[in-house]
Design a protein around this ligand. Structure first.
Ligand code: NAP
Ligand code: GDD
Length: 350
């Protein structure tokens, strides 16, 4: 039986990847952090919490990785753990670098010494393209990061390549464009929108405050994307791949389709609030997944409209259950959730 280790198993991708690897017959270990309130809700929601082994790990604590790799000797390591919210990286640039950038060599160096035969996946990001130098973006497009998060991911991306070239390790980097799902954190724009649409429809919320409605993203469906991570590690030779749908849509279009799904018009509810603008923005992302299609035989299965529908319907379902008295902890409250708007620190002086 193959053994896989997923760092960040409590996050959106970690949960879907765990489910996917279990379906392939893997023994799955996943890392979690001690938090004041445990957050295993995604693993619970997918029905896999009791099927995975949880191991304690923090990306700033190298010895915890040393203990894990010594004990479990995985065949495959998927490094999904990160401070993954771009907005927060402007508020906490140093801890973002400490976790998202420096966390990577902490893992790779232990892997190099203890289990150099393991195959390694790094969760790189389309954010690294930032102020895009080419449309659409592919594996050869130059990078231009626009946030501390993107800069941290770029460092980790190059270290992943460096360990492949320097030590002949099987390390791959997946340059994934935005991928969403009902398990997405509420701070990200898609889930913030679908959650608000459900609440507005049910009379629980009156308006939705957003930032830049003109930003364009290439949005895919997370379960489709985790399969690409696995496919990369099944190749004979390690390589880096862009994983994307090849389509781009504005935040405004996402709102339009989401509100339409429940028979409402976004113009009646969405208000632009400067507090949600970022100090520097990534205006347009659209990926070219041709190499993934050719070498991995991967392509997205879910369309933009299907994605929005899945997310809106699931949020409606959850809030309807909530209204009937069910209190399953499917999310931690965040941001503009229960009528309270939390200003990003970099916007407090506006
Ligand atoms: P997510 O939901 O935010 O999950 C991030 C995971 O990292 C969580 O399990 C989190 O644990 C863990 N983590 C955070 N800080 C940590 C630390 N100091 N030590 C150990 N673990 C830590 O993110 P996601 O959407 O699943 O994304 C997975 C990865 O892909 C991330 O690296 C992200 O940057 C990258 N990525 C995502 C997308 C996307 O569109 N989703 C696109 C490109 C790249 P807690 O639950 O304890 O917070
Ligand atoms: N979060 C948020 N909240 N974003 C908003 C809002 C708002 O109220 N209003 C407009 N936006 C815009 C942001 O300015 C950005 O241009 C876009 O919506 C998407 O923002 P997010 O959903 O926060 O995602 P992201 O693109 O910054 O980052 C995500 O995708 C990356 C891949 O490109 C994250 O998952 C990253 O971890 C990932 O690397």
């Amino acid at each position: 039986m193959k053994v896989a280790l997923i760092t960040g198993i409590t996050g959106q991708d970690g949960a879907y990847l765990a489910k996917f690897l279990l379906s392939k017959g893997y023994k799955v270990y996943g890392t979690y952090r001690r938090l004041s309130t445990p957050n295993f809700w995604r693993l619970q929601a997918l029905g896999v919490l009791d099927k995975v082994e949880l191991v304690s790990f923090d990306l700033i604590d190298q010895s915890s990785m040393l203990n894990i790799l010594k004990k479990i000797k995985p065949d495959e390591i998927y490094n999904l753990a990160a401070q993954s919210f771009v907005g927060a990286s402007f508020e906490q640039p140093v801890s973002t670098a400490e976790i998202t950038a420096l966390g990577l060599p902490r893992i790779l160096d232990v892997m190099r010494i203890l289990c150099p035969q393991a195959k390694f996946y790094q969760a790189s990001s389309s954010e690294m393209f930032g102020k895009v130098q080419q449309i659409p973006q592919n594996e050869k497009t130059p990078f231009y990061p626009r946030s501390p998060y993107a800069a941290a991911k770029l460092y980790a991306h190059w270290v992943t390549i460096n360990y492949r070239e320097a030590y002949n390790l099987f390390t791959c980097s997946g340059i994934l464009f935005n991928h969403e799902s009902p398990l997405r954190g509420l701070e990200f724009v898609t889930r913030k929108i679908t959650n608000a649409v459900a609440r507005i429809k049910l009379g629980l919320q009156k308006e939705l405050l957003l930032g830049n409605l003109d930003a364009k993203r290439d949005w895919g469906y997370a379960p489709d994307f985790v399969e690409a991570m696995w496919l990369m590690l099944q190749q004979e030779h390690p390589d880096d791949f862009v994983i994307a749908t090849g389509e781009t849509h504005t935040v405004r279009e996402f709102c339009e389709v989401a509100f339409q799904e429940v028979g409402l018009h976004y113009n009646d509810y969405v208000k632009v609030d400067e507090r949600f603008f970022r100090p520097s923005e990534v205006d347009l992302l659209v990926g070219d997944p041709a190499q993934a299609k050719q070498k991995l035989n991967w392509k997205p299965k879910t369309t933009f409209k299907e994605l929005v529908k899945i997310m809106v319907q699931e949020d409606l379902n959850r809030w309807q259950r909530f209204q009937k008295g069910e209190h399953f902890p499917w999310d931690a409250p965040y941001d503009y959730v229960f009528g309270k708007t939390i200003s990003p620190t970099y916007q407090l002086d506006r």
